[in-house]
Ligand binder design. Structure first.
Ligand SMILES: Nc1ncnc2c1ncn2[C@@H]1O[C@H](COP(=O)(O)OP(=O)(O)OP(=O)(O)O)[C@@H](O)[C@H]1O
Ligand SMILES: C[C@@](O)(CCOP(=O)(O)OP(=O)(O)O)CC(=O)O
Length: 407
């Protein structure tokens, strides 16, 4: 029997505190500014990918959540697979001619996201990170996550940051070939495990303006973007790295909220303007602002930070000890359907909406109360680790190298 060459990996989602928005090279995916994100825990949100190389396969094929996706010639997926094959040849086969020539075989890839795809929950980030991780394992590549990030970046820019756990910077670099535009670990998960995240799912529909086309329009038309990339982001990158290393939540929170605001301001400054947040998103901002005001007025520090990507969903970062209070605050304004909150950390013994409660002194008029369904779900997670190798029992391909039917 001929050997089976197959590997399975999972990779996390990341949500940026300093946002990537704008490309200086659209083919290589080189950004107009550096960015920084928190990697979220794969125990809750992940992409899992199995790759197999076999001489009998006629072409590269990919199944996403069980459905075949076309791999377009010259497209992002095809570029990533081609680059991984090139690395296999260069780093393994050329150096040791006894190694099997996997780079010349076609691959079958099956991937599964355990959360909605293309809904502004960064599925492209975990998806491309899981893809390059599973291929790196299949090809036994002796390379660092930073080297793999160069390839994931060409799948989707933000994907390069999902090659590390913890707190991750994507350095924009300056080389025209993109060789220095890569992810580095600012601090591992273990440095600040106390950072938790609450994702408020406002919509899980496919979004109106994709990040890819939206940011290009911003580059072409927004004068404010020039100010942002030249005069704001460089200092913020330094300041937030310092805040993370010092576990200084006050500075981390201020910078995260300011950068989310500025990203949405450059979206608005685009011609024609782009709106990603809606009334629900803005009400969540008002709640977090009031929640922080109350704490600051009493001589305390910031208790939470909101951030929004290219969609209406809120991500709230906060120290673990504040999360229960934040959930009680959110469900006071956004009642939840039964089972719309999966209590990953067992904070509540009863139905979450029945626990709705405002902190003493909270000005309840900062937002109106919404109906059930305005926030469709809450996901409580935390800072997590980088891509994981999984065993064969987790494989998503059957004995013939086709997707297993999902249970
Ligand atoms: N597991 C996966 N494996 C490979 N590709 C994936 C995977 N998951 C998602 N993708 C790719 O990413 C695309 C979705 O990316 P898109 O940027 O539209 O949404 P998003 O990542 O959820 O949102 P955003 O990046 O703006 O937060 C999918 O159509 C698919 O091409
Ligand atoms: C708002 C963002 O989430 C934008 C992410 O953009 P993508 O990485 O999805 O864009 P492409 O490189 O074109 O695939 C901010 C961020 O994650 O830094």
């Amino acid at each position: 029997m001929s050997p089976i060459y197959q590997a399975t990996a999972s990779a996390p989602v990341n949500i940026a505190c300093i946002k990537y928005w704008g490309k200086r090279d659209t083919k290589l995916i080189l950004p107009t500014n550096s960015s920084l994100s928190v990697t979220l825990d794969q125990d809750h949100l992940r992409s899992t990918t199995t790759s197999r190389a076999d001489p009998s396969f006629e072409k590269d094929r990919l199944w996403l959540n069980g459905k075949e996706e076309e791999i377009k010639d010259g497209g992002r997926m095809s570029t990533c697979i081609k680059e991984m094959k090139r690395l296999r040849k260069q780093e393994v086969e050329d150096k040791n001619p006894a190694e099997p020539k996997l780079s010349s075989f076609s691959v079958h890839i099956s991937s599964f996201n355990n959360f909605p795809t293309a809904a502004g929950l960064a599925s492209s980030a975990s998806g491309f990170a899981a893809l390059v991780s599973s291929l790196a394992q299949l090809y036994q590549l002796p390379v660092s996550p930073s080297t793999l990030s160069l390839i994931a970046r060409q799948g989707s820019g933000s994907a390069c940051r999902s090659l590390y756990g913890g707190f991750v910077a994507w350095e924009m670099g300056s080389a025209v070939d993109g060789s220095d535009s890569l992810a580095i670990e600012v601090a591992p998960q273990s440095h600040w495990p106390d950072i938790h995240a609450l994702i408020c799912v406002v919509s899980d529909d496919k979004k109106g303006t994709s990040s890819t086309s939206g940011m290009q329009r911003t580059v072409e038309t927004s004068p404010l973007l020039q100010h942002r990339i030249n005069h704001v982001v460089p200092q913020r990158m330094k300041d937030i790295s310092t805040a993370i290393l010092a576990r200084d939540f006050d500075s981390f929170a201020r910078l995260t909220m300011a950068d989310s605001n500025q990203f949405h301001a450059v979206a608005l400054d685009t011609e024609p303007p782009i709106f990603y947040m809606n009334d629900v998103s803005r009400s969540i901002i008002s709640l977090i602002v009031e929640y922080n005001r109350l704490s600051l007025a009493a001589g305390g520090g910031y208790k939470a930070a909101y951030t929004y990507d290219a969609g209406p969903n809120a991500v709230i970062y906060a120290p673990k000890e504040n999360i229960k209070e934040i959930i009680q605050l959110i469900v006071s304004y956004f009642p939840q359907q039964k089972d719309s909150f999966k209590d990953n950390f067992n904070l509540f013994s009863a139905d979450v909406t029945s626990q709705a409660k405002l902190p003493a002194g909270f000005n309840e008029n900062v937002a109106k109360r919404f109906d059930v369904g305005a926030v469709k779900g809450l996901i409580h997670t935390r800072v997590g680790d980088g891509p994981r190798k999984l065993g064969d029992e987790e494989s998503l391909l059957n004995a013939e190298g086709f997707p297993k039917t999902l249970a």
